[in-house]
Design a protein. Sequence first.
Length: 458
Amino acid sequence: MTSKSLAVLGNADRAYGGKLKFGKELRKEFLFDEKYLNLNHGSFGTYPRVVQTAMRKFQDQAEARPDDFIRYTYPKLIDESRAAMSKVLKAPVETLVFVPNATTGINTVLRNLIFKPREKIIYFATIYGACEKTVTYITETTPAEAVKIQYTYPVEDDWLVEEFKRKVHEEKEKGCNVKVAIFDTVVSMPGVRVPFERLTEACRELGVLSCVDAAHGAGHVNLELERLDPDFLVSNCHKWLFVPRGCAIFYVPLRNQHLLRSTLPTSHGFTPFPKPGVKYHNPLPASTKSAYVINFEFVGTIDNAPYLCIPEAIKFRESIGGEETIQSYCHQLAKDAAKRAAEILGTEVLENSTGTLTNCCLSNVKLPLSLDEIQSIALKAGIDQDSVGTVVRDWMSRAVIDGFGTFMAFMFYGDAWWVRLSAQVYLEIEDFEWAAQTLKQLCGRVADGEFAAVRSQL
């Protein structure tokens, strides 16, 4: 373990008054099955028992006095959650509302913007799949066109920013206007950090609306939104902030709130354009809050209890050391885990020359599988060559659950198979050493053709 790793662990140790709890000792605070090791926090997150208790308390209150709670108590409680998130994200409370997840936030932006002919949406090759489909839908139903920046990691941050600028200038030279750019804070697959601060600044310089998909944001990387000043940003709270699913914070500065007239779905807070002789009525209690906040406060009847758990989740995080300590531990653990796993597997970590891709809670390690050999096995089993990457990925995903009581996120990327590792405070380096040994065994079974044998039986 490096000196930096030891320093991070030392900080965690002091945060607990001299008794180190990060790692397996902290697992008892969460809700895991004793026979399950959660190595894929990045996909769906999880939350501690104290947050579950808080959530059930709110649910019980809602059932005890439904109308009283939903109409009168809930609006006050959600304001407390918004205020708590404003401190975490260093953003004015009037710029923050809640949506169920980051995909909903991206959809809300794209479906509200009005596109004219020759206006473009620019996005990156590693966009989250659901968001790319949203872009496709918008281009099918509006005059908008899409521009995709193609590349395969590892690439340098400098190249990514300059390629973005080049693409925008290229479109302007064609007589087109790039209206909005969508980019991540941390990419989902592969799990790498994006220079989102520099891309946001580039958008400002180029007159492009910045739409930041910070699904991996709050609790994962440092976000100071008033300083960052994006045009739109949505961040899941249920991934890294220890909040129940689904809960995401949606940031829109005052200057842009008028652009988002409707929630998804359109609900009581929507204000239609005036029509002579037509009056519109909101059946919910009158409020002095802004039209933007009112619009997002009640969006159909759902279980809003996860939104209300924000203060309890933040309280828990503060009790185990706070944001800086948690993020430092997880970032360093992700780096150390990837390095150790690559040593055991005899492969490599996905990283660029400047070492920026792994400055987050995720890391990616190449698996020791020969594409040529696996394709040969697949061909003999009647598996199409273009499908082999997905077939092997899906077989490994099921095999680690059924045979090892865990889950790891696999991907076929750049003509190779990779595993994405998620670091979290309830994990330690020994967990990833076990994971690497498990992967070594699993890859041996793939090389022996077990994936093809199972496929042929389907």
